[in-house]
Write a protein that binds this ligand. Structure first.
Ligand code: MLT
Length: 408
């Protein structure tokens, strides 16, 4: 008899963004003439940078000639891209990361979801609340939690991010093994200072724990005093893995390219307390289960680091940050408190009502899609997340409609 992995039965009905998409489609089917403005899932709307498109085309032409055709590439990614990342994103900021420590992949969601499988199932996990749901769900699937009760999975340490702590979780006062951190944060848009990040790294070192640092939104940081990478912090190389993505940085959500940094000095332990290289384990997993990102996509990603690519990429980010500024301004003028939107494309709004009700109200009265905070965890109840990914015209229109809906 074929049996299922019963940990899947603990999961809540469906993945947050699938549930939202389902509700929006149902509403749209009933109201076919209603124009819906999507400020929900963080999906980019602007075209790829010209430099990336040109590199993409050139690489496709290479695939059409026998002399330049390529079959399987290295599972870890082509060196031309890994070198650009190591120097452009890390060494240039004083972070000591080399190309061989970078693994190219098809998305930070996949990487943050897959990485947990190289660790024991009986470790203690610390997860922020609210949180990007993939971190939590993948651990539930792997059996690292008990049942779902009162809005939380048993056995997981939830680190609360609230207005009181500035949406930066407090360092746990008990030992944990695997810690998820995301800055600029999804969903709250909060950022972390170097000193605070240093405290996390020190905590991980003291506890022989590991930090999974999701920096998918680092390119939205304007404040130059903030760390862009956890490796800008002393001692992080031994206790942290970092995830990055070209999705939001350069508009790659539809063509898929991301990377994970696993320093060679990063260690984890077996049941006898014996050290093992996390890099070697991840490399083993990657080589077994992944055949690499396509050559043209990696060429397009490489172009992000060219002079034109950098300028065009910054222009994209500035465009979305201008949307974020407008959302913050309008939401604040409506009397709501919010965080994020300064160094992040997300604005976390305290809605003063049930977050799914607020979601429904904005959808039905304003034709605007947001993300209900409760979908990110218990501490998200009462909040909604508004994303800045859309055209400036649509954001302006959405804010005018929200104003009208709330007045009526
Ligand atoms: C989000 O809206 O939180 C993200 O776009 C989801 C993702 O990157 O997978």
């Amino acid at each position: 008899m074929i049996r299922i992995n019963e940990h899947y039965l603990k999961l809540q009905a469906s993945y947050l963004f699938s549930e939202i998409a389902k509700r929006v489609s149902a509403y749209q089917a009933e109201n076919p003439d209603r124009e819906i403005i999507k400020l929900g899932i963080g999906d980019v709307t602007r075209a790829l940078p010209r430099a990336c498109i040109e590199a993409f085309h050139r690489a496709i032409d290479e695939m059409g000639e026998e002399s330049t055709f390529r079959g399987y590439g290295p599972e870890q990614g082509y060196l031309f891209l890994r070198e650009k990342i190591a120097s452009g994103d890390f060494q240039s900021r004083g972070a000591d990361i080399v190309p061989d420590e970078i693994f190219i992949s098809d998305g930070a969601k996949c990487d943050t979801g897959n990485i947990q499988e190289i660790f024991s199932t009986d470790i203690r996990i610390a997860i922020p609340d609210p949180v990007y749901p993939a971190y939590l769900d993948t651990n539930v699937m792997a059996g690292r939690s008990g049942a779902f009760q009162d809005g939380r999975y048993q056995g997981i340490l939830y680190m609360e991010s609230t207005r009181e702590n500035g949406f930066i979780p407090d360092i746990p006062n008990e030992p944990v093994d695997l810690i998820y951190l995301c800055f600029p944060n999804n969903p709250t848009g909060a950022t972390i200072t170097r000193d605070r990040l240093q405290q996390w790294v020190d905590f991980a070192r003291e506890n022989r724990a590991l930090i999974l640092f999701d920096a998918a939104y680092e390119s939205f940081m304007r404040d130059a005093s903030l760390p862009r990478s956890i490796y800008e912090v002393e001692g992080a190389r031994d206790v942290a893995i970092e995830f990055r993505s070209f999705s939001k940085t350069a508009g790659f959500t539809g063509i898929r390219c991301a990377f994970t940094v696993v320093p060679k000095t990063c260690m984890a332990y077996d049941g006898n307390g014996q050290k093992h290289s996390v890099h070697a384990l991840w490399n083993r997993r990657h080589g077994t289960k992944f055949n690499g990102v396509s050559y043209p996509v990696q060429k397009a990603a490489e172009a992000v680091y060219s002079q034109e690519g950098r300028a065009q990429g910054s222009e994209l980010i500035e465009y979305y940050l201008k949307n974020a500024d407008l959302i913050r301004k309008e939401i604040t003028a409506l009397g709501f408190e919010c965080t994020g939107g300064k160094d992040s494309p997300y604005i976390w709004v305290e809605g003063r009502r049930n977050s799914w009700d607020f979601f429904d109200l904005l959808l039905t009265k304003a034709g605007v899609v947001c993300t209900p905070g409760a979908g990110f965890g218990r501490c998200g109840e009462g909040f909604i997340r508004i994303s800045a990914f859309n055209s400036f015209e649509n954001v302006k229109k959405a804010m005018a409609r929200i104003k009208e809906a709330l007045a009526g």
